[in-house]
Design a binder for this molecule. Structure first.
Ligand code: NAD
Length: 508
């Protein structure tokens, strides 16, 4: 059986793969921009790099391939703009961010189309990402006005002690492809609210969403130099990254991506002692205890595992299911996968599973599956790579902690189930990782809920809940999942420093 027929028979893909090629991004798309954006101007570069639709492999745009010179221009422009942007009142910065939020909501559909075409996710999820992305502009437009310092009781009668909060300066922002819009605004909104200026280097796979954000920023009244975007190819990334992480005019780096790249950037930033925020990889455990409501656990698992075809940093990666509910959970989950998951082009109505970002990503999932099967795991659903970078949603049982899928982040639609007997055993497995971003568990036992929440070595816990991201809450990991927090009332602190003012010589 050809892989194409397999795709249609098992995974409800309504269109043959060849027909996927009929999907293409309209060249007259109102928010399609293909040049870098520096100091309020669209910047041509000596060469371009292609942006591909991961569902078809077809080129959808060619984008300016910015190099270290353009990156330096952007840093200089951001440094220049910092001196005036920080002097705006908090209310003035708030108004600009609010306007940017409103423009994003006005252009929700167009922004979502760009996400679907460059990143592959279904339109429903892309629309969700645009709302989520815009919500950071809204949230930080409000937080901009709440940056309070402190007046501290002084031990000396002739002195006052004040703690002032000031913006750190120029921030370099380096982001991944899996949320091409939201990973930018989650950082940039906080930075601009604080009074910082930014240079954004989007992922090479997904520069279009970043450039569309620049178009709307300009319309919203973000002044030249405050928000700069330097797209570049994989080849130019190290040289551009070096400028952004070592230039003395840059005060702060904020990165979202893999733990390996984060470590590299931290080392580069160390020589000039820059502040750093790191949102890195995860390996989320999803635990179902005997006391759980199994139907709710199945819904939570579906949402947490298969969103963006398993390509989110907070996607559950290891499923630990207690013996008493193991068979019922696996049975119901298999049925939900059959009923709810449909592969296809993201712009096709009804698609729930797009492609993975590229064929390398699909090969990684296949490698994890074959490793698990060779060590005794059983494939209950899926298991195969299909055309291009499409991957069948896969359910594995009989998984053990020796298997690679329980040791490494998968970043794909693979759901491996480990059976366990006791709470202690589940916690030992869940915490046996050098990263700790999100964790989930399902339980109806209140004492167990508190015990397990406190014991899990992660930065975010979903209790009877498979989706947890929202701008109001703090997003961040422990261990090697990162440094610092995004969103919430804490997110703006990453772009502020506290200056101690000792006001002396007062007559008591
Ligand atoms: P990646 O580390 O390969 O790339 C992320 C960004 O870093 C891209 O823009 C890339 O071009 C850039 N980059 C790579 N090498 C660089 C260098 N030498 N200098 C400067 N920039 C460089 O990660 P990815 O594959 O794009 O994203 C997937 C990873 O991101 C996963 O591990 C996922 O868990 C993680 N992630 C984490 C969060 C979070 O909030 N913690 C959110 C989304 C994704």
């Amino acid at each position: 059986m050809s892989s194409l027929r397999f795709l249609r028979s098992r995974c409800s893909l309504r269109l043959p793969a060849a027909m996927l090629r009929h999907y293409s991004l309209d060249a007259s798309h109102p928010l399609l921009r293909t040049q870098g954006y520096v100091n309020g101007r669209w910047l041509p570069a000596a060469s371009q790099f292609p942006v591909l639709d991961p569902a078809t492999g077809e080129e959808i745009a060619r984008v300016s391939d910015c190099g270290p010179e353009e990156a330096k221009q952007a840093v200089d422009a951001a440094y220049e703009a910092f001196h005036s942007w920080k002097r705006n009142s908090a209310k003035e910065r708030s108004i600009v961010l609010r306007k940017w939020f409103e423009l994003m909501m006005l252009h929700k559909e167009e922004l979502a189309e760009l996400i679907t075409y460059e990143c592959g996710k279904p339109m429903s999820e892309s629309l969700g990402e645009v709302s989520y992305s815009a919500s950071f502009l809204e949230w930080f437009s409000e937080e901009a006005r709440r940056v309070y310092g402190d007046v501290v009781p002084s031990p000396a009668k002739d002195r006052k002690i004040l703690l002032l909060k000031q913006p750190v300066g120029v921030a370099s922002i380096i982001t991944p492809w899996n949320f091409p819009s939201a990973m930018i605004t989650r950082k940039v909104a906080a930075a601009l609210a604080a009074g910082c200026t930014v240079v954004v280097k989007p992922a090479e796979d997904t520069p279009l969403s970043a450039l569309a954000l620049a178009e709307l920023a300009e319309k919203a009244g973000v002044p030249p130099g405050v928000f700069n975007v330097v797209p570049c190819s994989r080849e130019k990334t190290p040289a551009v990254g070096e400028v952004l992480c070592t230039d003395p005019l840059v005060a702060k780096i904020s990165f979202t991506g893999s733990t390996a790249t984060g470590k590299l950037l931290l080392k580069m930033a160390a020589d000039t002692v820059k502040k750093a925020s790191m949102e890195l990889g995860g390996h989320a455990p999803f635990i179902v205890f005997d006391s759980a409501d199994v139907d709710k656990a199945v819904s939570g698992a579906m949402a947490s595992k298969f969103r963006n075809s398993g390509q989110t940093c907070v996607c559950s990666n290891r499923f630990l299911v207690q013996s008493g509910v193991h068979d019922a959970f696996v049975d119901k989950l298999g049925r939900a996968m059959d009923a709810e998951l449909r592969l296809g082009h993201g712009s096709e109505p009804g698609t729930t599973q797009g492609p993975l970002i590229n064929t390398r990503a699909a090969e990684k999932v296949v490698h994890q599956i074959s490793d698990a099967v060779s060590r005794g795991a059983k494939v209950l659903k899926g298991g195969k790579r299909l055309d291009g970078s499409f991957m069948e949603p896969t359910l594995l049982v009989g998984v053990t902690t020796e298997m690679i899928c329980t040791k490494e982040e998968t970043f794909g639609p693979l759901l491996p189930v480990i059976r366990f007997n006791t709470e202690e055993e589940a916690l030992a497995i869940a915490n046996a990782s050098n990263v700790g971003l999100a964790g989930y568990f399902f339980s109806q036992d209140v004492s167990q809920i508190w015990r397990v929440t406190e014991a899990l070595e992660v930065g975010m816990v979903g209790v009877n809940e498979g989706l947890l991201s929202t701008p109001e809450a703090a997003f961040g990991g422990v261990k090697q999942s990162g440094l610092g927090l995004e969103g919430s009332k804490y997110g703006i602190d990453e772009y502020l420093e506290v200056k101690y003012m000792c006001f002396g010589g007062l007559k008591p």
